[in-house]
Design a protein around this ligand. Structure first.
Ligand code: ARG
Length: 468
């Protein structure tokens, strides 16, 4: 059966032009190498369309049934490999219609009644995205769960929190990892939001102005699992904002991953030594025998650039396009497919890399010593004893300077008498307050790093993603 087709079939629009298109020009405008991945969605769309044509008596019911059965057969053959996509076809829509016509003759030639490739591609694209997006979200939720598992093991693992990449205030690894997950959970919901707006079926919009045939758009939409048909036929074939939204959701998620990877790259350096990446998730150097490189983290960081570029590609593609359909729109798929593929593989890799990594709890704790991360807590101590915060801030700053001058690394290294010289409000209990773990436990407001509070954050995220 049609295992290899070498001879090009006539184009769907061949009758209009006396001359055959130039081979190179035809190949240039063809899109089958990209839209081939819509093949099963195209078949699903055609089946719904043809069944409706039969019900509406636009074509005879027995012919509609025959075309429907042939479409199912084509799908099965493609799945089993007995039928392969013919890359000499112009696009996936022409390929499927061509096979139908080849096999069914005039019956196959009835399928395109009331339809244009313009509404067809818009429908196929949405069907595909509606199918793929939940798979991507699954990958995303599994990644979040894997990071939360790690976080739960490190509720009490103290580490410096940074601003300006300078040690700022002590936090825990759990707090840091949960921060990552908050971003990813919003990404998850961004995909869900995009799916809601995408849930309208363009079929029946035709080339741009609908059809004079009595199509039942609502029935087709229902059959294909859409909530309703699109409202306006021109909008249906002209706009691609659903693709932009998904591309944007992909880009934002990739930018998140890229930042997490930058954390990992830093943590994997000798200077930080907070993380020990599994050997299976590291690479070596071809020249420097000692090297163990965080290549996976770097590569994910690098690939985020592609996702951002793909979003810019789509936006630039749409900018200035006159309504309704323009061939430029054919360029919409490649960049989005690339973003979807890139994100999916990066999520998978990131998850493996983090799950298999070990954290160096001792090094993280040691990094909390020095750097005067307890200074804000000293100031808060004075505020609790009635001092205006600005004065407390100045007092703590002067004590930090005293420490530096005396070669001391912690405010707690100073005697109570020395501290009292700066403020009478200091008492013996200040030393307890200044311990890193005490600083963390005291920050138990909603959102804070206190272990019991982070446990609540983790529980909340898990609840939001339950069953997802
Ligand atoms: N391959 C085209 C695309 O992806 C299908 C629509 C073509 N329509 C047309 N009038 N040339 O956009």
């Amino acid at each position: 059966m049609n295992k290899k087709t070498t001879k090009r079939k006539p184009e769907l629009w061949a009758a209009r032009l006396a001359q055959k298109p130039d081979a190179a020009a035809f190949a240039f405008q063809a899109s089958i190498t990209v839209d081939k991945r819509l093949v099963f969605d195209d078949i699903a769309g055609s089946r719904a369309h043809v069944a409706m044509l039969g019900r509406q008596k636009i074509i005879p019911a027995n012919i509609a049934a025959k075309i429907g059965a042939e479409l199912s057969r084509i799908a099965r053959e493609l799945e089993s490999g007995t039928l392969v996509i013919d890359y000499s076809a112009e696009d996936i829509h022409s390929f499927i219609e061509g096979i139908l016509t080849e096999r069914l003759g005039d019956a196959g030639r009835m399928v395109h009644a009331g339809r244009s490739r313009n509404d067809q591609v818009a429908a196929d694209f949405r069907l595909y995205l509606k199918r793929i997006t939940p798979e991507l979200q699954k990958e995303l939720s599994q990644t979040i769960f894997a990071i939360l598992d790690k976080a739960e093991q490190h509720l009490n693992s103290i580490m410096p929190g940074y601003t300006h990449l300078q040690r700022a205030q002590p936090v825990t690894l759990a707090h840091h990892l949960t921060a990552w997950c908050c971003g990813l959970e919003r990404d998850y919901s961004r995909f869900s939001d995009a799916l809601v707006r995408m849930d309208e079926c363009p079929l029946g919009a035709g080339a741009l102005a609908g059809s004079s045939l009595p199509l039942d758009r609502t029935a087709v939409a229902k059959t294909l699992g859409f909530s309703r048909p699109t409202l306006n036929s021109m909008d249906s074939v002209a706009d691609r904002d659903f693709a932009v939204e998904l591309s944007s959701a992909c880009a934002i998620t990739m930018i998140h991953l890229s930042r997490f990877c930058e954390d990992v790259v830093l943590w994997a350096s000798e200077e930080f030594s907070f993380i020990n990446l599994a050997e299976a998730w590291s690479t070596g150097s071809s020249i420097m025998p000692q090297k163990k490189n965080p290549d996976f983290a770097e590569l994910i960081r690098g690939k985020a650039g592609r996702a951002a570029g793909n979003l810019a590609t789509l936006l630039t593609l749409l900018k200035g396009l006159p309504y309704a359909y323009d061939k430029d729109l054919q360029e919409d798929k490649e960049s989005l497919f690339d973003s979807l593929d890139t994100l999916r593989s990066c999520l998978h890799m990131f998850r493996g890399m983090i799950s298999s990594a070990e954290f160096n709890v001792k090094k993280m704790k040691a990094a909390c010593s020095g750097g005067f991360m307890e200074a804000t807590d000293a100031a808060d101590y004075l505020v609790r004893r009635g001092l205006p915060f600005r004065t407390a801030h100045e007092t703590a700053a002067l004590i930090v300077r005293d420490c530096i001058e005396a070669g001391q690394r912690h405010i707690g290294d100073r005697s109570l008498a020395e501290l009292k010289k700066r403020s009478k409000l200091f008492d013996e209990d200040i030393y307890r307050v200044l311990k890193p773990l005490a600083c963390i436990k005291a920050r138990d407001l909603p959102g804070g790093p206190a272990p019991k509070e982070v446990r609540r954050q983790i529980r909340t995220l898990r609840k939001r993603l339950a069953g997802k």
